[in-house]
Design a protein around this ligand. Sequence first.
Ligand SMILES: Nc1nc2c(ncn2[C@@H]2O[C@H](COP(=O)(O)OP(=O)(O)OP(=O)(O)O)[C@@H](O)[C@H]2O)c(=O)[nH]1
Ligand SMILES: [Mg+2]
Length: 224
Amino acid sequence: MAAYTEEEQTEDYLFKIVLIGDSAVGKSNLLSRFARNEFFPNSKSTIGVEFQTQRIEIDGKEIKAQIWDTAGQERFRAVTSAYYRGAVGALIVYDVSRRRTFDSVGRWLNELQTHSDMNVVTILIGNKTDLKNGREVSTDEGKTLAEAQGLFFLETSALDSSNVTTAFHTVVREIYNILTKKVFLSQEHKKQDPTWMANGKTIVLQEDAGEPDSQPKKAGCCSS
Ligand SMILES: Nc1nc2c(ncn2[C@@H]2O[C@H](COP(=O)(O)OP(=O)(O)OP(=O)(O)O)[C@@H](O)[C@H]2O)c(=O)[nH]1
Ligand SMILES: [Mg+2]
């Protein structure tokens, strides 16, 4: 593990980003849509931890986004602290057609804050916007919660692909911006907490794919 300060930046970057949210909200399908442009209509619950590494180019620099995915359901989850260790970005996902999953967002935010030792760039994702008739959570409700918590916000559909790439790119771009000190504060964060990222905290990046302590892993490398 390495801590990069302003002076020590290397050419390439590896950002660990975690996917969290209740079971069946579509975390694994958002990842497979983003990484391989695949969607599975009948996917099973994730067991343990999987991750994909996706290359993204920003300002001529190669960023490796290492995106971690685990089960929303407690009994299938990997050791929590190992999952969050070294994460610099997070997507908290709920299902716009199941209000219960939206009600859980606070709990996921707490868990993220408990287990991460730094400010993690976090985006709230309302997934499954294709289920137009089954919607239980409005766009405004999602937006309001995100604003209250100082999070980015997007609605997505892993099924029809809408906003999936944008969601991951938003997180990666913001981490990159913070790291390169191009912007200290996003507008969203500025509104909520003027001290956010301006308090001298070091961003910690993992050099290697830190493995979960006792769970199976699946690493996949994908096209850029
Ligand atoms: N209509 C619709 N269905 C989706 C979408 N994303 C995922 N699904 C479906 O929702 C179910 C659960 O998706 P997963 O990606 O496995 O959910 P998960 O959040 O990874 O679930 P866990 O691994 O149990 O935490 C599957 O049947 C998917 O096909 C979407 O955008 N629209
Ligand atoms: Mg899953």
